[in-house]
Design a protein around this ligand. Structure first.
Ligand code: OGA
Ligand code: MN
Length: 221
């Protein structure tokens, strides 16, 4: 179910409906094409100047690098001091969080966000976004930045969802510029299929607790 929207209010309302009824929502136009392009440029420049770290799995003492599980590179963003190009994104996200807190009673108090780059061939195997010892992540959000992404470019986000009669089905979402995906961090398993082009996004989590260590490690997850 893709949402086409005009106003912020409609966008947020549609996201809430998706989260409540199916655990996830996809909205196109969260960023306009020029907004997505400006962030893509900033992310590309930082990536090409070595500003990213290889992403790992687990947190703190459980942290490890494992190329057989995930091959993306990330750069944590300071949401108190975001890069200039990301301001429209952060403003809209703040509005979204206020709307969610008023209407969905999630009690979002913090977030963590990073740029992600999947080089050609990179993937992220099936996983859940919460850690064993902390369940602070409530909603996962991903906003994609690549213009003209085609099915043959791969890199789909695959969500695993309940199907008929206890079966499982999946939904594949193309990482197209300006598109925002939100899903329940606690329940929705997902993966990123191998990308055949360099794939850019901003990925983050809305949390109901303030982080003590934010972020834990340069590539830490
Ligand atoms: C993640 C993740 C999905 C995507 O970073 O945890 O699942 O579509 N990303 O980039
Ligand atoms: Mn994930």
């Amino acid at each position: 179910m893709d949402i086409q929207v005009q106003s912020n209010e409609q966008l947020f309302e549609a996201l809430i409906t998706g989260l409540l009824t199916q655990g996830y929502a996809v909205a196109d136009g969260f960023l306009s094409p020029p907004e997505a392009l400006a962030i893509l440029d900033a992310s590309t420049r930082s990536f090409e100047h070595g500003g990213f770290s290889i992403a790992g799995i687990g947190k703190s003492q459980h942290y490890q690098l494992n190329r057989n599980i995930r091959g993306d590179h990330i750069k944590w963003l300071d949401h108190h001091n975001p890069p200039e190009a990301c301001l429209p994104f952060f403003t809209r996200l703040q509005e979204m969080i206020h709307y969610f807190n008023r209407n969905l009673y999630l009690g979002i108090r913090d977030m963590e966000l990073h740029f992600a780059v999947y080089p050609e061939g990179a993937f992220y195997k099936r996983h859940l976004d919460v850690f064993r010892h902390t369940k602070a992540r409530k909603v996962s959000i991903i906003c994609y930045l690549n213009a003209n992404w085609l099915a043959e470019d791969g890199g789909q986000l695959r969500l695993y969802l309940p199907g008929e009669d206890g079966t499982e089905r999946h939904e594949d979402i193309l990482p197209m510029a300006g598109r925002l995906v939100c899903f329940n961090s606690q329940s929705i398993e997902h993966e990123v299929l191998p990308a055949r082009r360099r794939r850019y996004s901003i990925t983050g989590w809305l949390k109901d607790e303030q982080s003590l260590f934010d972020p834990p490690l340069p590539g830490g997850y």
